[in-house]
Design a protein around this ligand. Structure first.
Ligand code: NAP
Ligand code: G4F
Length: 336
């Protein structure tokens, strides 16, 4: 059988890096789209850089997408690129809409124009459920987004459904609940905690400042979740799927597990900082992954506790090895 080619937008991100690894293992020719910036950060894909083809393009620029599809002719596209950090979406709501919402339309339109047989995966989000209308959340749960990011993702989801219904595209939306890994961006709460625990364990800091500890999230391992993305595009018909663990844990529990793994008591080190609270919060997320289980045969392999301890161990090792991390907490504080 001829080798399949996949295009990944957001290949430099957490999920893009795991998906690229996974697709290479499946024998794919992987093309990754990166945007033009003054210094390209290939940290997450350094180890596979010579096995993938990198091409410049931007979700803000439809012509760049059209020319990539025309040149590379992928059979599958995984649209993972987005402005993905929820607090920044209040600070940069228009940019968030341009990439996270309209960027999806630009890519769908490029597919429609260049090759409507391309299979398309859209990285939708549990953030769309926001102020949840039922517990647990499934593919049938109505959306009630609580951030400009969530609103943009709702648009991305519905334009995917619309292009599927209007033009018969094989366009699928994966509604993924939170997933982290040792490659998670430093601002997201589970990584902020694992890196904070590692720094405290090694005596480099004493306090970790966090926001709302009562929020609850359904948190899995990114390596498991990219497998679900691929399974979705192997189905005969496009559809929507919730991908989640079915468990929910508070941020406080994340702290307990992470600090106790390092032999520390979280209550001695975690302090509250009102600047990390959000203008509107998503209090509780817990997904019902039964459709993904039944139709895709997908289930998560890594538990909540395994994920958090894996992340703490990885950050302790990284700091011990002399790796330096930018302090992003200052620049992600919300103006009040
Ligand atoms: P991430 O680590 O923040 O990666 C985002 C990627 O998008 C980066 O490669 C970034 O490139 C790229 N990007 C941003 N704007 C772009 C633009 N205008 N044009 C081209 N590329 C652009 O995010 P992630 O955690 O891997 O998540 C992947 C996708 O899944 C995102 O769409 C996210 O919203 C969605 N999602 C994530 C989760 C989760 O818990 N991780 C859950 C549900 C849905 P740079 O390297 O240049 O910044
Ligand atoms: O880690 P977070 O920033 O992730 P959030 O907002 O749930 O978004 C992530 O998951 C979405 C899927 O539901 C993705 F679509 C999105 O791209 C992203 O990957 O915050 C999680 C929770 C929030 O309730 C927040 O208020 O943790 C709470 N939290 C408490 N203290 C904090 C902090 N969050 C951050 N980032 N930093 C804190 O200090």
């Amino acid at each position: 059988m001829a080798q399949k080619r996949a295009l990944i937008t957001g290949i430099t991100g957490q999920d893009g890096s795991y998906l690229a690894e996974f697709l290479l293992q499946q024998g794919y020719d992987v093309v990754g789209m990166i945007r033009r910036i003054s210094v390209i950060n290939l940290d997450r894909i350094e180890h596979i850089q010579d096995k993938v083809t990198l091409v410049q393009g931007d979700l803000l620029d439809e012509a760049s997408l059209i020319s990539i599809l025309t040149e590379f002719r992928p059979q599958e596209i995984y649209n993972l690129a987005a402005m993905s950090f929820v607090p920044t979406s209040w600070q940069q709501p228009v940019l968030t809409g341009e990439s996270t919402a309209l960027g999806v339309t630009r890519m769908l339109d490029a597919i429609r124009l260049v090759d409507p047989t391309i299979r398309f995966y859209q990285a939708s989000s549990s953030e769309m459920f926001g102020k949840v209308q039922e517990v647990p959340q499934s593919e049938r749960t109505p959306f009630y987004p609580r951030s400009p990011y969530g609103v943009a993702k709702v648009y991305g989801h519905w334009i995917t459904v619309n292009y599927r219904e209007s033009y018969g595209l094989h366009a699928t939306s994966g509604i993924l609940f939170n997933h982290g890994s040792p490659r998670r961006g430093l601002e997201f709460v589970e990584r902020k905690i694992s890196l904070g625990v590692a720094a405290i364990k090694l005596g480099r800091q004493d306090k970790l400042y966090l926001g709302n500890l009562d929020a609850r999230r359904d948190l899995g391992f990114a390596g498991d979740y990219v497998r679900a993305m691929w399974c979705m595009l192997q189905q005969d018909a496009p559809d929507d799927y919730v991908v989640a663990t079915g468990e929910t844990h508070s941020i406080r529990e994340m702290c307990e597990v992470a600090f106790s793994h390092a032999g520390l008591d979280w209550q001695n080190h975690v302090a509250s900082d009102p600047r990390f609270y959000r203008p509107a919060e998503v209090d509780l997320l817990v997904g019902d992954p039964s459709k993904a289980g039944a139709k895709l045969g997908w289930e998560p392999m890594v538990s909540f506790k395994e994920l958090i301890t894996m992340m703490v161990d990885s950050d302790v090792q990284a700091l011990q090895a002399g790796r330096r991390f930018a302090d992003v907490t200052e620049i992600t504080r919300l103006k009040r």
